[in-house]
Structure formats: C-alpha cells, structure tokens
Design a protein around this ligand. Structure first.
Ligand SMILES: [Zn+2]
Length: 113
C-alpha cells in the first residue's frame, strides 16, 4: 500500500505521522520506525500515563530497571514485540510526543467527519 504520511507531532525524542488514506501510524525514534494502528497509539498513551504515575509515586518496581547502559524506564510496544528503554528525560519527551500526536489525531478525525 502506498501510504501518504503526514506529521502529527515531532520533538527531540522523535516523530509520529499518520497516513492520510488509511490512518496507519508511524512512530520514529532514533533509527527505529514502529508501525501501528491508531488504537495502538491510544494504548501507548495510556501505558505512558500508567508508567508516569509509578514514576511520580517513586514506585519503580515494574517500570524502571538497571541496564548495562544505565537506569532506564521500560515500555513495551503495543504488539509486545519490542521493549523501549528510555532515560527519564527521554521518557518525558516521549510522553509529550505521544500526547500531542493523540490530540492531533483526534483533531484530524473530527475535522474529517
Ligand atoms: Zn496508508
């Protein structure tokens, strides 16, 4: 399929685009491009909020771990095939990226109805 991607949001963490013809979502972080359905972006946004609550409560048991490259916040991809590992700063950038992309996605959806 020939996707026509249009940027939803971009920041230091990466970018999120959606296809104008099929609504397919592309999340680009570093050298990784993760493709998903719009509902998966919403799931990811909810997962980020849940992780953020743990970080705010300083309850790190399930969301942070020590890796060879430092202490990282872990988040599983919607299809569960990939774990993302972010520093706290990268995680807050990811949160900003996904939140704004979801808002833009909803704005575009309402404009097209
Ligand atoms: Zn498409």
């Amino acid at each position: 399929m020939n996707h026509q991607y249009k940027l939803l949001h971009q920041n230091n963490c990466g970018y999120i685009s959606s296809c104008e013809s099929c609504a397919h979502i592309q999340l680009g972080i570093g050298n990784l491009i993760h493709c998903m359905k719009p509902v998966d972006l919403e799931k990811m946004s909810n997962a980020i909020d849940r992780i953020d609550v743990h970080l705010e409560l300083e309850d790190f048991c399930d969301v942070e771990c020590i890796l060879p490259n430092g202490q990282k916040v872990l988040m599983q991809s919607p299809d569960k095939s990939i774990f993302f590992a972010f520093s706290r700063e990268e995680f807050s950038q990811l949160k900003e990226l996904v939140e704004n992309a979801v808002i833009m996605m909803e704005v575009r959806k309402s404009l097209s109805n």
